[in-house]
Design a binder for this molecule. Structure first.
Ligand code: NDP
Length: 500
């Protein structure tokens, strides 16, 4: 496992830029043991402006590069990402606290897939417009034009994946990007910038700035930014979208959720439990689409809980480099405190029944990891819709079991939230599954599975969970603007003033 002491500096004009002696810095920390990993220099206003200028300088030439040539460069980056998968996965494991078994099979893989998808899409005509004859003497054509310099602002739960999901369509469409990772997980950004450079991306096309919210706010408000693609909490997203609206900028908002999973009567209990565990404990519950409100038919409750308790030991905390470990710590001290506080509220204020887990660290955790930010997979049952742990996004491994009597009631209760990111159904009657899914108010839905998000599939939240989509063909449309042109070939509206 890599244990490198790292330094990170604002990256623009194709390289990291040295910080001045007075520059502020912060430390990024290994969440599994609480030890510092590196020093990150906060980008000053001047260096943020320089990163934007660098992107502006690169835009005319990059946007004029034929899509197939841009695609070739991005495909080389895909190869480098795949060659260095394990090295990058180790960095992500150190920075995020996710087990290597997860980062080496999901984080870089799904990021590289999306880059490959958008490179292929623009190389095969994905940016083509349309043309049609308006009348015998006139035709119309449209073109998809890049927006300019775009901002990418990422959350800490899928650092390199988020960076790739934003930069891939952005760059493939001919835009340039200034990207700000979360201050909690910044290490990946320079590796990605270096991979892009090695792949042949011209200097200035992809730039990185570092720091907390105020750095993101400065970037969002910069007048040269044409679009902000943001992933994070609903409350932050509202501030960012508000600031962007002031400059009439395009936005994509990928925000939080409190997603329902409806187990239908007659569902196979084992399958229902497998899906519920995937929807709650993968990545220690730090997934935006987590299905934390699990609606179970009252008649199935006992069997569901029994099967769940039998499978809980399959959630294995421990040394993150061990391929047998599938459950890591939470990402930061502050997030750990937040999740523990929700568990405490669940027990003391909501008075839900604690089926398993709770406030202690996992019992079998090695001594050298006890300083890390660990919690147990936790399940509350006998939950009510008005409980805090049922209403608010916890973003940790905390499942709430809610019982229901008729499916109609479960659907109404599942929809009774301002959020609408994801939803899922488990059942054997496939017609009923489709009917229920069609009534659930969410942008990403699954039947008899949970969590897969392939490059080809557009994803985005409904209601307060977001605006717009990432990935799929529609994901590319979010990075271009339309231009329509009429060509007149004889006699036209322009002759109105040519005769008396
Ligand atoms: P935050 O909203 O706290 O932060 C997201 C990013 O925004 C960070 O880089 C943060 O900086 C930055 N930021 C903070 N304030 C501002 C501001 N005023 N202007 C511009 N940028 C700002 O989210 P988290 O990092 O805590 O991420 C967890 C959240 O992300 C959860 O709600 C989760 O559901 C959601 N999420 C949504 C996904 C989706 O696809 N819908 C996917 C993944 C996560 P810094 O952190 O450095 O202070």
């Amino acid at each position: 496992m890599v244990q490198s002491e790292a330094e990170r500096h604002t990256f623009y004009a194709g390289k990291p830029q040295p910080a001045s002696k007075s520059s502020n810095y912060f430390e990024t920390v290994n969440p599994s043991n609480g030890e510092p990993l590196g020093k990150i220099y906060t980008s000053s206003s001047d260096s943020i402006n320089s990163a934007v200028e660098s992107a502006r300088g690169a835009f005319p030439s990059w946007s004029a590069t034929p899509p197939i040539e841009r695609a070739r460069i991005l495909q080389r980056a895909v190869s480098l990402l795949r060659q260095r998968n394990d090295e990058l996965a180790q960095i992500e494991t150190l920075d995020t606290g996710k087990p290597f078994s997860e980062t080496s099979t999901v984080d870089i893989v799904t990021g590289a897939d999306v880059l490959e998808y958008f490179a292929n899409l623009v190389a095969s005509g994905g940016l083509n417009g349309e043309s049609f004859r308006l009348r015998p003497s006139a035709m119309v054509y449209t073109s998809k034009e890049p927006l300019g310099v775009c901002a990418g602002i990422g959350a800490w739960n899928y650092p390199i994946q988020i960076a790739l999901w934003k930069s891939a369509p952005c760059l493939a469409a001919g835009n340039c990007m200034v990207y700000k990772p979360s201050e909690f997980t910044p290490l990946h950004a320079q590796y990605l910038a270096e991979i892009y450079r090695e792949a042949g991306l011209p200097d200035g096309v992809f730039n990185v700035i570092y720091g907390a919210g105020e750095v993101g706010a400065h970037l969002t408000a910069h007048p040269a930014i044409a679009k902000v693609s943001f992933t994070g909490q609903v409350a932050t997203g509202k501030k960012v979208a508000g600031s962007a609206a002031g400059g009439m900028k395009y936005v994509t908002m990928e925000l939080g959720g409190k997603s329902p999973l409806v187990i239908l009567p007659g569902a196979a209990v084992d399958q229902a439990v497998d899906v519920a565990m995937m929807a709650n404990f993968f990545s220690s519950g730090q997934v935006c689409t987590n299905g934390t409100r699990v609606f179970v038919p009252r008649a199935m409750k006992k069997d569901f809980e029994r099967a769940l308790l039998q499978k809980i030991p399959f959630v294995r905390a421990g040394d993150l480099s061990d391929m047998g470990t599938n459950f890591g710590p939470l990402n930061s001290k502050v997030h750990h405190q937040k999740v523990i506080e929700y568990i405490r509220r669940g027990i003391e204020e909501d008075k839900a029944t604690l089926l398993c887990g709770g406030l202690d660290q996992p019992a079998n955790l090695p001594t050298n990891l006890r300083q890390g930010y660990w919690v147990q997979p936790t399940v509350f049952t006998d939950c009510r819709d008005d409980m805090t742990i049922v209403k608010e996004e916890i973003f940790g491994p905390v499942m709430a079991i809610l019982t229901y009597d008729v499916v109609d009631e479960a659907i109404q209760r599942a929809n009774a939230t301002e959020l609408g990111l994801a939803a899922g159904v488990v059942g054997r009657d496939i017609d009923q599954c489709h009917l229920v899914i069609s009534r659930l108010e969410a942008g990403i839905t699954w039947v008899n599975t949970w969590g897969e998000s392939p490059a080809e599939m557009a994803v985005g939240g409904w209601k307060q969970s977001g605006l717009g989509v990432e990935n799929g063909r529609r994901g590319l449309e979010a990075w271009v603007r339309n231009k329509s042109t009429i060509i007149e070939m004889g006699g036209s509206a322009a002759t109105v003033f040519s005769k008396l």
